[in-house]
Design a protein around this ligand. Sequence first.
Ligand code: NPQ
Ligand code: MG
Length: 373
Amino acid sequence: MTALTIERVDLLHLSMQLRERFVTSFGPQQQRDIVLVRLYAGGIEGWGELVAGREPVYSEETVVTATAMLRHHLLGLVLGRTVEDPRQVDRWWRHVRGNHMAKAAVEMAVWDVWARAAGQSLAHALGGSKTSVASGVSVGIQDDTAALLDRVAGYVAQGYARIKLKIAPGNDVGLVAAVRERFGDIELMVDANSAYTLDDAQHLAALDEFDLMMIEQPLEHDDIIDHATLAPELRTPICLDESIRTPGDARRAHQLGACRIINCKPGRMGGHTASLALHDWCTAAGMPLWVGGMLESGVGRLHNIALASLDGFTLPGDTSASDRYWTADIIAPEVRLSPDGTVPVPTGPGLGHAIDHDRIQSVLEHTETFTAA
Ligand code: NPQ
Ligand code: MG
C-alpha cells in the first residue's frame, strides 16, 4: 500500500433544511448545520461529515465546539502526516480526550481517501461483504396519532425493513398500541433518547405486550448502572445508543446486563476504526449491533452504509434513503431504498457516489481551508 501525505483539509459549512420537522424527546429539528470535511492526500480527495448538532442535546458536542477542536487541536495533528493505514489516525490524537464527533469527521475522510487511493470501495476497505443493507426508518413524534399512522403507512408502503418510533412521556404506550393495531406484526421498535427515569419502570413495562424489537436509550445518556437495574424489569430488550462511546463501554454494559443490543454511530464512537473495534467485540460476545443515524447528508449516509456492510451489523440500521430527510441530497445518485427494504452498498472507489458540487454550492455558507505548515 502506498503512503499518502495529508496536504490540506477544507471545512465546508452547509445549512440544509430538513424536508419536514423531526421531533424527538430533545425537541424539534427543522434544519441541520452540516460541516463536511474535504481532505486532500496524495492529490486525491476524501470526504467526511461532522454529525454534531447545532445544540448540545444528543451529546455535549456541537458544531461550534467540534469545529473549534478541529481548528485548535485536531487538524494540526493530521496535516503533513503520512498514512499507510487509516487505523493510524486514532493514535495521532491519543492525547486528546473525547470529542469523538470532531475526530470522526476527519478520520472517516481519511478512510475514504485511502480506499479511493487503493481503488477499493470503502465497504471493502472496512472489511464488509454485504451487497445491500437492511434499512429501517426513524419516525419523529407527530402532532397526533392520526398523523403518526399516516407517516408510518407511507414508510411501510415504501418497504422499510423496520419502523422506529420516537417516544417520550405522554407519547408512548398509546402510540405503540395504535401502530401495532393498524400495521400488525411489522418489525417495530422505540427510541426514548433518555426521556425516562427508573421511576417509570412500571410504565415502560406496559410496552412489553407489543413485542418490540427493542427500546433504545430509555434512561440517562451517560448512565449504564440504572439501565442495568431497569433491564430485568422489562421483557423488551434495551438497546444503548448515547451511553456507548467506546468498545469498553459495550463490554461494561454487557457485563452489568445494561443492554442486549447496541446502536453503533461512527460519529459517537470517534470514527470507523473505533466502530470496527466495537463491531468485533459485539460479534465475539454475540451482541446484536446495528448502525444508527444522525440525520446525515449523503456523505455521512454513505459512510454509515459502508460500515453496515460488515456481517456483525445484524439488525436493520437507520440507514434510510436520502429522501427520508432531504428534498435534494448532495450526492449523485442519491441513496435509494429498494423494494425489499435494503439500500445497495456502493461498489465504486471510496464512498462510491459522486459529490454533487452544484447542490453543495446552493447550501454552502462558507469554507475554511487548512494546509500543512
Ligand atoms: C438517535 N437519530 O438514534 C438519533 C437522534 C437524533 C435518526 O433517530 C440533530 C442532530 C438532531 C442529530 C435528532 C435518529 C437530532 C440528531 C435526533 C440525532 O437517537
Ligand atoms: Mg437513538
